[in-house]
Design a protein around this ligand. Structure first.
Ligand SMILES: Nc1ncnc2c1ncn2[C@@H]1O[C@H](COP(=O)(O)OP(=O)(O)OP(=O)(O)O)[C@@H](O)[C@H]1O
Ligand SMILES: [Mg+2]
Length: 276
C-alpha cells in the first residue's frame, strides 16, 4: 500500500485536480484507491460528485472520533472511494488545539482502516495551509507529492514547505519523504517554465543528504493548462470520464503510468503485502 499526501500551502496550484485525477486514473488501472479530502472547501468531494451535505458523515466526524474511515467513505466510481469533507472540517483546526494526540488522529484512523480493508493507494488532498490538517496528513503518509505552478514566485514558499516535512519527519514520522514534484498548469515552450525547472533541480541537488526531499524527483509528466480540467469538476467527473481525449486526460494518464512504475522501484507494490 502507498500513502501519498498532495500538498502545497500555496493556493490554486493543482492539488485537488491532481488528487482527483491521479486517484481516478489509478482506479482505472485496477488499483483500489481511497481519496481523503482534507480541505474544508471540499473540492475533491465536489469534483467527484460525492455528497457531503446535511447529515452525511464526513472526515470531520473521523477527526472528532465519532466515525471511522470505513463508515464515512463513499464509492465515487469503480474502485475509488472518497472520504468527503465539508465546511465544518474548518472547526477541526480549533478543536484539536488542546488534544494531546492532535497530530496523529488521522494516522490512527488509517491504521484502523487498513487493518480490515485491502487498499492499494490512499491519497490525501490538503488545504492550502500548513495547519493541523496538513500536519495530520504528513504524519499519516509515507510519500509527499508537490504540485507546483511554474510561476516566478513558485519556489518561494517551497523552503517553508520542505522545512515542515523535515520537522514532521524528525518528530512524528521517520518514514516520510518527498517523492515527486509535479509541474501543473504548465505552459509549454515558455522560458519561465524551463528556468524554474533548472532552479528546482539545482535546489534538490544542493540539499542535505538526510533531507526528506533529497530523493525527490521532478515528474517527467507535466500537466499542461487545459480547459477541460477546469470544466470537469462542474460535472462531478474526473477528466477520464469527462473528456478522455483531452490533453488533460493524456497528461494525467502519463502521471498515473509514472506513479505505477514506481511501485516496482522500492516502494511497496500494490500486490506485495506489507510487512507486519
Ligand atoms: N492543468 C490545468 N489546466 C487548466 N485549469 C486547471 C489545471 N489545473 C487546475 N486547474 C484549475 O485551476 C484551479 C485551481 O486548481 P486546484 O483546485 O486543483 O488547485 P488547488 O491547489 O487544489 O487549490 P486550493 O489551494 O484552493 O485547494 C481550479 O479551478 C482548477 O480547475
Ligand atoms: Mg484544492
Amino acid at each position: 500500500m502507498r500513502t501519498i499526501v498532495v500538498m502545497n500551502q500555496k493556493g490554486g496550484v493543482g492539488k485537488t485536480t491532481t488528487s482527483v485525477n491521479l486517484a481516478a486514473g489509478l482506479a482505472r488501472q485496477g488499483r483500489s484507491v481511497l481519496l481523503i479530502d482534507l480541505d474544508p472547501q471540499g473540492h475533491s468531494t465536489l469534483h467527484l460528485g460525492v455528497e457531503a451535505m446535511g447529515h452525511v458523515p464526513t472526515i470531520y466526524d473521523v477527526f472528532a472520533g465519532r466515525k471511522t474511515l470505513a463508515e464515512v467513505r463513499q464509492l465515487a466510481v469503480d474502485k475509488l472511494w472518497v472520504a468527503p469533507a465539508s465546511l465544518d472540517l474548518a472547526a477541526t483546526e480549533l478543536e484539536l488545539v488542546d488534544a494531546a494526540d492532535r497530530e496523529v488522529v488521522l494516522r490512527q484512523s488509517i491504521e484502523a482502516f487498513t487493518a480490515s480493508q485491502q487498499i492499494d493507494y490512499i491519497l490525501m488532498d490538503c488545504p492550502p495551509s500548513l495547519g493541523v490538517l496538513t500536519i495530520n496528513a504528513l504524519t499519516a503518509a509515507k510519500e509527499v507529492f508537490i504540485p507546483l505552478q511554474p510561476h516566478f514566485l513558485a519556489l518561494q514558499g517551497l523552503s517553508k514547505l520542505f522545512e515542515t516535512t523535515a520537522l514532521v519527519k524528525r518528530r512524528l514520522n521517520r518514514d516520510l519523504r518527498v517523492t515527486g514534484i509535479l509541474l501543473c498548469l504548465y505552459e509549454t515552450g515558455t522560458r519561465l517554465a524551463a528556468d524554474i525547472t533548472d532552479d528546482l533541480l539545482h535546489f534538490l541537488e544542493m540539499s542535505d543528504a538526510h533531507a526528506p526531499w533529497k530523493q525527490a524527483k521532478l515528474f517527467e509528466s507535466r500537466i499542461r493548462r487545459n480547459i477541460k480540467l477546469a470544466e470537469a469538476p462542474s460535472f462531478g467527473q474526473s477528466i477520464f470520464d469527462y473528456a478522455i481525449k483531452s490533453s488533460g486526460a493524456v497528461d494525467y494518464a502519463a502521471l498515473v503510468e509514472e506513479v505505477i512504475a514506481a511501485e516496482m522501484g522500492g516502494q511497496a507494490s500494490a500486490t506485495v503485502p506489507q510487512a507486519a
